[in-house]
Write a protein that binds this ligand. Structure first.
Ligand code: ADP
Ligand code: ASP
Ligand code: MG
Length: 437
Protein backbone atom coordinates (compact mmCIF):
# COMPACT_ATOMS: atom_id res chain seq x y z
CA UNK A 1 0.00 0.00 0.00
CA UNK A 2 1.31 3.45 -0.91
CA UNK A 3 -0.48 6.73 -0.29
CA UNK A 4 0.28 10.21 -1.57
CA UNK A 5 -1.02 12.98 0.67
CA UNK A 6 -1.42 16.57 -0.52
CA UNK A 7 -2.04 19.24 2.10
CA UNK A 8 -3.72 22.47 1.03
CA UNK A 9 -2.96 26.00 2.17
CA UNK A 10 -5.28 26.04 5.15
CA UNK A 11 -3.83 22.70 6.32
CA UNK A 12 -0.36 24.28 6.44
CA UNK A 13 -1.26 27.85 7.35
CA UNK A 14 0.52 27.95 10.73
CA UNK A 15 2.35 25.75 13.23
CA UNK A 16 -0.88 24.38 14.73
CA UNK A 17 -2.04 23.19 11.31
CA UNK A 18 1.45 21.83 10.50
CA UNK A 19 1.27 19.66 13.61
CA UNK A 20 -2.11 18.28 12.57
CA UNK A 21 -0.81 17.50 9.08
CA UNK A 22 2.34 15.86 10.44
CA UNK A 23 0.29 13.75 12.82
CA UNK A 24 -1.81 12.52 9.93
CA UNK A 25 1.29 11.61 7.90
CA UNK A 26 3.01 9.91 10.82
CA UNK A 27 -0.07 7.92 11.83
CA UNK A 28 0.21 5.80 8.68
CA UNK A 29 3.61 4.66 7.41
CA UNK A 30 2.19 4.08 3.93
CA UNK A 31 1.78 7.87 3.52
CA UNK A 32 5.16 8.11 1.87
CA UNK A 33 4.99 11.10 -0.44
CA UNK A 34 3.61 14.41 0.73
CA UNK A 35 2.80 17.42 -1.46
CA UNK A 36 2.72 20.81 0.25
CA UNK A 37 0.90 24.02 -0.64
CA UNK A 38 1.96 27.49 0.46
CA UNK A 39 0.57 28.77 3.78
CA UNK A 40 -3.07 29.75 3.22
CA UNK A 41 -5.43 31.87 5.26
CA UNK A 42 -5.43 31.40 9.05
CA UNK A 43 -8.86 33.04 9.22
CA UNK A 44 -11.19 34.71 6.77
CA UNK A 45 -9.41 38.09 7.07
CA UNK A 46 -5.96 36.66 6.48
CA UNK A 47 -4.02 36.62 3.22
CA UNK A 48 -2.52 33.64 1.40
CA UNK A 49 1.27 33.72 1.07
CA UNK A 50 0.86 33.19 -2.69
CA UNK A 51 -1.15 36.41 -2.88
CA UNK A 52 1.45 38.29 -0.82
CA UNK A 53 4.19 37.06 -3.14
CA UNK A 54 2.25 38.20 -6.17
CA UNK A 55 1.78 41.61 -4.53
CA UNK A 56 5.58 41.81 -4.16
CA UNK A 57 6.01 40.92 -7.79
CA UNK A 58 3.68 43.69 -8.98
CA UNK A 59 5.18 46.25 -6.59
CA UNK A 60 8.68 45.43 -7.83
CA UNK A 61 7.49 45.69 -11.40
CA UNK A 62 6.34 49.24 -10.68
CA UNK A 63 9.63 49.89 -8.88
CA UNK A 64 7.79 50.31 -5.58
CA UNK A 65 9.02 49.25 -2.17
CA UNK A 66 8.38 45.59 -1.26
CA UNK A 67 9.95 45.60 2.23
CA UNK A 68 6.77 45.62 4.30
CA UNK A 69 4.97 42.86 2.41
CA UNK A 70 8.09 40.75 1.98
CA UNK A 71 8.65 40.97 5.72
CA UNK A 72 5.12 39.70 6.34
CA UNK A 73 5.88 36.68 4.18
CA UNK A 74 9.11 35.93 6.03
CA UNK A 75 7.42 36.25 9.39
CA UNK A 76 4.76 33.73 8.41
CA UNK A 77 7.54 31.17 7.89
CA UNK A 78 9.55 32.26 10.93
CA UNK A 79 6.41 31.82 13.07
CA UNK A 80 5.85 28.34 11.71
CA UNK A 81 9.47 27.31 12.33
CA UNK A 82 9.41 28.74 15.86
CA UNK A 83 5.97 27.30 16.62
CA UNK A 84 7.20 23.83 15.63
CA UNK A 85 10.31 24.27 17.80
CA UNK A 86 12.57 23.53 14.83
CA UNK A 87 16.24 24.34 14.74
CA UNK A 88 16.09 25.51 11.14
CA UNK A 89 16.61 28.69 9.20
CA UNK A 90 15.31 29.88 5.84
CA UNK A 91 17.03 33.28 6.07
CA UNK A 92 19.35 32.54 3.14
CA UNK A 93 16.41 31.56 0.98
CA UNK A 94 14.54 34.72 2.02
CA UNK A 95 17.38 36.96 0.95
CA UNK A 96 17.98 35.23 -2.37
CA UNK A 97 14.27 35.30 -3.16
CA UNK A 98 14.06 38.97 -2.24
CA UNK A 99 17.02 39.78 -4.48
CA UNK A 100 15.39 37.87 -7.32
CA UNK A 101 12.09 39.72 -6.85
CA UNK A 102 13.89 43.07 -6.86
CA UNK A 103 15.68 42.06 -10.04
CA UNK A 104 12.26 41.43 -11.46
CA UNK A 105 12.46 37.74 -12.22
CA UNK A 106 9.34 36.10 -13.65
CA UNK A 107 5.94 36.20 -11.98
CA UNK A 108 5.75 32.40 -11.92
CA UNK A 109 9.02 32.10 -10.04
CA UNK A 110 7.83 34.57 -7.42
CA UNK A 111 4.42 32.88 -7.02
CA UNK A 112 6.04 29.45 -6.63
CA UNK A 113 8.24 30.34 -3.67
CA UNK A 114 5.34 29.92 -1.24
CA UNK A 115 5.24 26.16 -1.75
CA UNK A 116 9.03 25.87 -2.10
CA UNK A 117 9.62 27.32 1.38
CA UNK A 118 6.70 25.54 3.03
CA UNK A 119 7.72 22.15 1.63
CA UNK A 120 11.24 22.63 2.97
CA UNK A 121 9.89 23.23 6.47
CA UNK A 122 7.53 20.28 6.26
CA UNK A 123 10.32 17.98 5.03
CA UNK A 124 12.50 19.06 7.92
CA UNK A 125 9.70 18.62 10.47
CA UNK A 126 8.75 15.16 9.18
CA UNK A 127 12.36 14.06 8.67
CA UNK A 128 11.57 13.33 5.00
CA UNK A 129 13.68 14.13 1.93
CA UNK A 130 12.87 17.36 0.07
CA UNK A 131 12.44 16.89 -3.69
CA UNK A 132 12.25 20.15 -5.59
CA UNK A 133 9.45 20.14 -8.17
CA UNK A 134 11.77 21.89 -10.62
CA UNK A 135 13.71 18.65 -10.92
CA UNK A 136 10.75 16.58 -11.98
CA UNK A 137 7.80 18.59 -13.33
CA UNK A 138 8.25 19.88 -16.87
CA UNK A 139 6.64 22.37 -19.22
CA UNK A 140 7.49 22.86 -22.89
CA UNK A 141 8.56 26.03 -24.72
CA UNK A 142 4.91 27.09 -24.92
CA UNK A 143 4.56 26.39 -21.21
CA UNK A 144 2.35 23.39 -21.72
CA UNK A 145 2.72 20.63 -19.18
CA UNK A 146 4.72 17.61 -20.49
CA UNK A 147 3.13 14.51 -18.94
CA UNK A 148 5.44 11.76 -20.20
CA UNK A 149 8.79 13.26 -19.36
CA UNK A 150 7.42 14.39 -16.00
CA UNK A 151 6.11 10.96 -15.10
CA UNK A 152 9.31 9.21 -16.10
CA UNK A 153 11.59 11.61 -14.24
CA UNK A 154 9.32 11.86 -11.22
CA UNK A 155 9.18 8.08 -10.98
CA UNK A 156 12.93 7.65 -11.07
CA UNK A 157 13.54 10.41 -8.49
CA UNK A 158 10.84 9.09 -6.15
CA UNK A 159 12.37 5.64 -6.33
CA UNK A 160 15.48 7.04 -4.65
CA UNK A 161 13.51 8.09 -1.57
CA UNK A 162 11.27 6.06 0.69
CA UNK A 163 9.71 9.19 2.16
CA UNK A 164 9.69 12.65 0.61
CA UNK A 165 7.99 16.05 0.51
CA UNK A 166 7.44 17.76 -2.85
CA UNK A 167 6.29 21.38 -3.19
CA UNK A 168 3.05 21.76 -5.15
CA UNK A 169 2.02 24.23 -7.83
CA UNK A 170 5.13 24.52 -10.04
CA UNK A 171 7.73 22.96 -12.33
CA UNK A 172 10.26 24.15 -14.87
CA UNK A 173 10.01 24.91 -18.61
CA UNK A 174 12.43 24.06 -21.40
CA UNK A 175 14.03 27.49 -21.05
CA UNK A 176 14.87 26.78 -17.45
CA UNK A 177 12.28 29.15 -15.99
CA UNK A 178 9.93 28.24 -13.17
CA UNK A 179 6.36 27.81 -14.32
CA UNK A 180 3.29 27.43 -12.14
CA UNK A 181 -0.02 25.76 -12.87
CA UNK A 182 -3.08 27.99 -12.52
CA UNK A 183 -4.26 28.92 -9.04
CA UNK A 184 -5.02 25.98 -6.79
CA UNK A 185 -2.54 23.95 -8.84
CA UNK A 186 -0.96 22.03 -5.98
CA UNK A 187 -3.86 19.63 -6.43
CA UNK A 188 -2.41 18.83 -9.86
CA UNK A 189 1.06 18.22 -8.44
CA UNK A 190 -0.44 15.78 -5.93
CA UNK A 191 -2.13 13.93 -8.75
CA UNK A 192 1.10 13.80 -10.80
CA UNK A 193 3.04 12.44 -7.83
CA UNK A 194 0.35 9.84 -7.10
CA UNK A 195 0.38 8.62 -10.70
CA UNK A 196 4.19 8.48 -10.90
CA UNK A 197 4.47 6.70 -7.57
CA UNK A 198 1.83 4.18 -8.63
CA UNK A 199 -0.08 5.08 -5.46
CA UNK A 200 -3.08 3.11 -4.31
CA UNK A 201 -4.79 6.32 -3.30
CA UNK A 202 -4.31 10.07 -3.64
CA UNK A 203 -5.38 11.78 -0.44
CA UNK A 204 -6.20 15.47 -0.77
CA UNK A 205 -6.30 17.02 2.70
CA UNK A 206 -8.20 20.29 2.98
CA UNK A 207 -10.52 22.17 5.36
CA UNK A 208 -13.85 20.51 4.56
CA UNK A 209 -14.93 16.93 5.19
CA UNK A 210 -14.97 16.07 1.52
CA UNK A 211 -16.74 17.37 -1.49
CA UNK A 212 -20.06 18.81 -0.44
CA UNK A 213 -23.24 18.82 -2.49
CA UNK A 214 -23.02 22.61 -2.77
CA UNK A 215 -20.66 25.43 -1.90
CA UNK A 216 -20.70 25.74 1.92
CA UNK A 217 -20.37 29.50 1.54
CA UNK A 218 -23.83 29.54 -0.07
CA UNK A 219 -25.67 26.61 1.52
CA UNK A 220 -25.42 26.11 5.26
CA UNK A 221 -24.06 22.65 6.13
CA UNK A 222 -24.59 20.97 2.76
CA UNK A 223 -24.57 17.18 2.74
CA UNK A 224 -21.21 15.59 1.98
CA UNK A 225 -20.84 13.46 -1.14
CA UNK A 226 -19.54 10.03 -0.05
CA UNK A 227 -18.72 8.84 -3.57
CA UNK A 228 -18.43 10.63 -6.90
CA UNK A 229 -17.09 9.61 -10.31
CA UNK A 230 -14.21 11.42 -12.02
CA UNK A 231 -16.62 12.65 -14.67
CA UNK A 232 -19.10 14.11 -12.21
CA UNK A 233 -16.31 15.74 -10.30
CA UNK A 234 -14.85 17.24 -13.42
CA UNK A 235 -18.21 18.82 -14.24
CA UNK A 236 -18.59 20.21 -10.72
CA UNK A 237 -15.05 21.44 -10.30
CA UNK A 238 -14.98 23.04 -13.74
CA UNK A 239 -18.17 24.82 -12.79
CA UNK A 240 -16.73 26.27 -9.63
CA UNK A 241 -16.77 23.66 -6.87
CA UNK A 242 -13.23 24.72 -6.19
CA UNK A 243 -12.37 22.16 -3.58
CA UNK A 244 -10.21 20.37 -6.14
CA UNK A 245 -8.51 21.94 -9.17
CA UNK A 246 -10.47 21.02 -12.29
CA UNK A 247 -7.39 19.53 -13.99
CA UNK A 248 -6.28 17.48 -10.99
CA UNK A 249 -8.10 14.36 -12.05
CA UNK A 250 -6.23 13.79 -15.32
CA UNK A 251 -2.97 12.20 -14.10
CA UNK A 252 -4.70 9.87 -11.62
CA UNK A 253 -7.55 9.08 -13.98
CA UNK A 254 -5.11 7.63 -16.46
CA UNK A 255 -3.79 5.34 -13.77
CA UNK A 256 -7.22 4.62 -12.24
CA UNK A 257 -6.13 5.86 -8.80
CA UNK A 258 -8.99 7.04 -6.57
CA UNK A 259 -8.80 10.46 -4.89
CA UNK A 260 -9.93 10.79 -1.29
CA UNK A 261 -10.78 14.32 -0.15
CA UNK A 262 -10.24 14.57 3.61
CA UNK A 263 -10.40 17.18 6.35
CA UNK A 264 -7.17 17.95 8.21
CA UNK A 265 -9.30 19.36 11.05
CA UNK A 266 -11.50 16.23 11.26
CA UNK A 267 -9.18 13.42 10.20
CA UNK A 268 -11.59 10.65 11.23
CA UNK A 269 -14.27 11.71 8.77
CA UNK A 270 -14.20 9.42 5.69
CA UNK A 271 -14.46 12.34 3.26
CA UNK A 272 -15.28 11.86 -0.41
CA UNK A 273 -14.01 9.06 -2.61
CA UNK A 274 -13.53 10.09 -6.22
CA UNK A 275 -13.54 6.93 -8.30
CA UNK A 276 -13.36 5.87 -11.97
CA UNK A 277 -16.63 3.95 -11.62
CA UNK A 278 -19.15 4.29 -8.81
CA UNK A 279 -20.24 1.29 -6.76
CA UNK A 280 -23.85 2.25 -7.54
CA UNK A 281 -25.73 4.55 -9.91
CA UNK A 282 -28.78 4.56 -7.65
CA UNK A 283 -28.15 7.85 -5.95
CA UNK A 284 -30.77 8.56 -3.31
CA UNK A 285 -30.68 12.30 -3.83
CA UNK A 286 -30.72 11.82 -7.65
CA UNK A 287 -28.33 14.71 -8.07
CA UNK A 288 -24.74 14.40 -6.89
CA UNK A 289 -24.13 18.11 -6.53
CA UNK A 290 -24.71 21.62 -7.77
CA UNK A 291 -22.08 24.24 -8.54
CA UNK A 292 -21.78 27.43 -10.51
CA UNK A 293 -19.83 30.46 -11.49
CA UNK A 294 -20.54 34.12 -12.03
CA UNK A 295 -18.93 36.49 -14.50
CA UNK A 296 -20.27 35.00 -17.73
CA UNK A 297 -21.15 36.84 -20.93
CA UNK A 298 -23.30 35.36 -23.69
CA UNK A 299 -22.67 36.34 -27.29
CA UNK A 300 -25.86 35.65 -29.24
CA UNK A 301 -25.43 35.47 -32.98
CA UNK A 302 -28.62 35.27 -35.03
CA UNK A 303 -29.03 34.65 -38.72
CA UNK A 304 -31.85 33.08 -40.69
CA UNK A 305 -30.87 29.75 -42.25
CA UNK A 306 -27.63 29.75 -40.31
CA UNK A 307 -27.74 25.97 -40.12
CA UNK A 308 -27.41 25.55 -43.85
CA UNK A 309 -24.40 27.83 -44.05
CA UNK A 310 -21.36 25.58 -44.05
CA UNK A 311 -18.59 26.80 -41.73
CA UNK A 312 -20.77 29.32 -39.86
CA UNK A 313 -19.90 28.02 -36.39
CA UNK A 314 -16.24 27.72 -37.22
CA UNK A 315 -16.04 31.30 -38.44
CA UNK A 316 -17.67 32.60 -35.27
CA UNK A 317 -15.35 30.60 -33.07
CA UNK A 318 -12.33 31.55 -35.14
CA UNK A 319 -12.85 35.17 -34.14
CA UNK A 320 -12.61 34.13 -30.49
CA UNK A 321 -9.59 32.00 -31.23
CA UNK A 322 -7.80 34.94 -32.82
CA UNK A 323 -8.26 36.82 -29.57
CA UNK A 324 -7.20 33.82 -27.51
CA UNK A 325 -10.63 33.58 -25.87
CA UNK A 326 -11.78 30.06 -24.93
CA UNK A 327 -15.51 29.35 -24.85
CA UNK A 328 -17.32 27.84 -21.89
CA UNK A 329 -20.49 26.56 -23.55
CA UNK A 330 -22.16 26.57 -26.88
CA UNK A 331 -25.93 26.19 -26.69
CA UNK A 332 -27.40 26.57 -30.18
CA UNK A 333 -30.75 26.80 -31.87
CA UNK A 334 -31.64 26.55 -35.53
CA UNK A 335 -31.07 30.17 -36.41
CA UNK A 336 -29.17 31.25 -33.31
CA UNK A 337 -25.85 30.37 -31.87
CA UNK A 338 -24.84 31.43 -28.37
CA UNK A 339 -21.29 31.41 -27.22
CA UNK A 340 -20.76 31.67 -23.49
CA UNK A 341 -17.43 33.09 -22.39
CA UNK A 342 -16.07 34.47 -19.15
CA UNK A 343 -16.57 38.22 -18.99
CA UNK A 344 -12.96 38.61 -17.97
CA UNK A 345 -11.63 36.92 -21.10
CA UNK A 346 -13.32 39.43 -23.42
CA UNK A 347 -12.98 42.49 -21.20
CA UNK A 348 -10.48 44.16 -23.47
CA UNK A 349 -11.64 42.91 -26.85
CA UNK A 350 -15.45 43.02 -26.71
CA UNK A 351 -15.76 45.67 -29.41
CA UNK A 352 -13.23 44.05 -31.70
CA UNK A 353 -14.85 40.63 -31.34
CA UNK A 354 -18.33 41.81 -32.28
CA UNK A 355 -17.00 43.82 -35.19
CA UNK A 356 -14.99 40.88 -36.49
CA UNK A 357 -17.96 38.51 -36.12
CA UNK A 358 -20.11 40.88 -38.16
CA UNK A 359 -17.46 40.82 -40.83
CA UNK A 360 -16.95 37.06 -40.69
CA UNK A 361 -20.57 35.84 -40.90
CA UNK A 362 -22.73 38.88 -41.68
CA UNK A 363 -25.37 37.97 -39.07
CA UNK A 364 -28.86 39.47 -38.66
CA UNK A 365 -27.91 40.47 -35.15
CA UNK A 366 -25.28 40.07 -32.47
CA UNK A 367 -26.08 40.79 -28.83
CA UNK A 368 -23.92 40.60 -25.77
CA UNK A 369 -25.67 39.68 -22.55
CA UNK A 370 -23.43 40.36 -19.60
CA UNK A 371 -23.57 39.59 -15.86
CA UNK A 372 -24.75 36.02 -16.23
CA UNK A 373 -24.03 33.06 -13.97
CA UNK A 374 -23.86 29.43 -15.00
CA UNK A 375 -25.13 26.74 -12.69
CA UNK A 376 -24.62 23.03 -13.26
CA UNK A 377 -26.73 20.30 -11.71
CA UNK A 378 -24.66 17.15 -11.92
CA UNK A 379 -25.44 13.53 -11.20
CA UNK A 380 -25.00 10.05 -12.63
CA UNK A 381 -28.34 9.26 -10.96
CA UNK A 382 -30.11 11.54 -13.46
CA UNK A 383 -29.52 9.11 -16.32
CA UNK A 384 -31.99 6.59 -14.93
CA UNK A 385 -34.44 9.08 -13.48
CA UNK A 386 -36.98 10.83 -15.60
CA UNK A 387 -38.12 14.37 -15.02
CA UNK A 388 -35.06 15.78 -13.30
CA UNK A 389 -34.79 18.70 -15.70
CA UNK A 390 -38.50 19.43 -15.27
CA UNK A 391 -38.06 19.51 -11.49
CA UNK A 392 -35.20 21.97 -11.82
CA UNK A 393 -37.13 24.29 -14.15
CA UNK A 394 -40.37 24.14 -12.14
CA UNK A 395 -38.62 24.85 -8.86
CA UNK A 396 -36.85 27.86 -10.38
CA UNK A 397 -40.05 29.17 -11.98
CA UNK A 398 -41.79 29.02 -8.59
CA UNK A 399 -39.05 31.22 -7.19
CA UNK A 400 -39.38 33.63 -10.13
CA UNK A 401 -35.88 32.90 -11.36
CA UNK A 402 -35.75 33.62 -15.05
CA UNK A 403 -33.68 31.00 -16.88
CA UNK A 404 -31.80 32.74 -19.68
CA UNK A 405 -30.40 29.61 -21.30
CA UNK A 406 -30.40 25.85 -20.91
CA UNK A 407 -27.75 23.38 -21.92
CA UNK A 408 -28.03 19.69 -21.22
CA UNK A 409 -24.77 17.90 -21.83
CA UNK A 410 -24.99 15.00 -24.24
CA UNK A 411 -23.59 12.87 -21.45
CA UNK A 412 -26.89 13.35 -19.56
CA UNK A 413 -25.06 13.68 -16.30
CA UNK A 414 -25.52 17.42 -16.18
CA UNK A 415 -28.02 20.18 -16.75
CA UNK A 416 -26.63 23.67 -17.05
CA UNK A 417 -28.70 26.81 -16.70
CA UNK A 418 -27.68 30.42 -17.19
CA UNK A 419 -29.36 32.97 -14.94
CA UNK A 420 -28.74 36.59 -14.11
CA UNK A 421 -25.87 36.99 -11.71
CA UNK A 422 -28.10 38.53 -9.08
CA UNK A 423 -30.05 35.25 -8.94
CA UNK A 424 -26.94 33.09 -8.48
CA UNK A 425 -27.32 32.28 -4.78
CA UNK A 426 -31.09 31.93 -5.06
CA UNK A 427 -30.72 29.45 -7.93
CA UNK A 428 -28.28 27.27 -6.03
CA UNK A 429 -30.48 27.39 -2.94
CA UNK A 430 -33.61 26.51 -4.88
CA UNK A 431 -32.03 23.56 -6.68
CA UNK A 432 -30.41 22.23 -3.52
CA UNK A 433 -33.66 22.45 -1.57
CA UNK A 434 -35.62 20.80 -4.37
CA UNK A 435 -33.54 17.63 -4.14
CA UNK A 436 -32.42 17.62 -0.52
CA UNK A 437 -35.26 17.76 1.92
P1 ADP B 1 -6.99 23.97 -0.09
O1 ADP B 1 -6.33 25.23 0.39
O2 ADP B 1 -6.93 22.86 0.89
O3 ADP B 1 -6.52 23.58 -1.46
P2 ADP B 1 -9.37 25.17 -1.18
O4 ADP B 1 -9.68 26.47 -0.52
O5 ADP B 1 -8.72 25.19 -2.50
O6 ADP B 1 -8.54 24.29 -0.16
O7 ADP B 1 -10.70 24.30 -1.29
C1 ADP B 1 -11.52 24.06 -0.16
C2 ADP B 1 -12.67 25.05 -0.12
O8 ADP B 1 -13.51 24.85 -1.26
C3 ADP B 1 -13.60 24.88 1.05
O9 ADP B 1 -13.13 25.55 2.18
C4 ADP B 1 -14.91 25.46 0.51
O10 ADP B 1 -15.09 26.79 0.98
C5 ADP B 1 -14.76 25.50 -1.00
N1 ADP B 1 -15.82 24.80 -1.73
C6 ADP B 1 -16.51 25.30 -2.78
N2 ADP B 1 -17.39 24.42 -3.23
C7 ADP B 1 -17.29 23.32 -2.44
C8 ADP B 1 -17.95 22.06 -2.43
N3 ADP B 1 -18.91 21.74 -3.29
N4 ADP B 1 -17.58 21.18 -1.49
C9 ADP B 1 -16.60 21.47 -0.61
N5 ADP B 1 -15.96 22.64 -0.58
C10 ADP B 1 -16.28 23.56 -1.49
N1 ASP C 1 -0.66 28.33 -3.42
C1 ASP C 1 -1.27 28.26 -4.71
C2 ASP C 1 -2.52 29.09 -4.74
O1 ASP C 1 -2.82 29.77 -3.78
C3 ASP C 1 -1.52 26.85 -5.16
C4 ASP C 1 -2.41 26.04 -4.26
O2 ASP C 1 -2.73 26.42 -3.14
O3 ASP C 1 -2.80 24.95 -4.69
O4 ASP C 1 -3.19 29.13 -5.74
MG1 MG D 1 -7.03 24.26 -3.36
Amino acid sequence: MLKVAKFGGSSLADAVQFRKAAEIVKSDSTRRYVVASAPGKRDSHDEKVTDLLLQCYYLAKEKKNIDEIFERICSRYRDIIAGLGLDYSLEEDFSSIKTAVLHRVGRHYVASRGEYLNAKILAKYLGFAFIDAEECIFFDEKNRFIPDKTEETMRSILSLHEYAVIPGFYGINTEGSIRTFSRGGSDITGSIVAAAAGADIYENWTDVSGMLMADPRIIKDPLPIPEITYRELRELSYMGATVLHEDAIFPVRKAGIPINIRNTNAPDAPGTMIVPKATTNEVETIITGVAGKKGITAIHVEKDMMNSEVGFGRKVLEVLENHNVPFEHLPSGIDTMSVLVTSKSIEECKGAITAEMVKAVNPDSITLVENLALIAVVGRGMVNTEGTAARVFTALAKENVNIRMIDQGSSEINIIVAVEEKNYEKTINTIYNEFIK
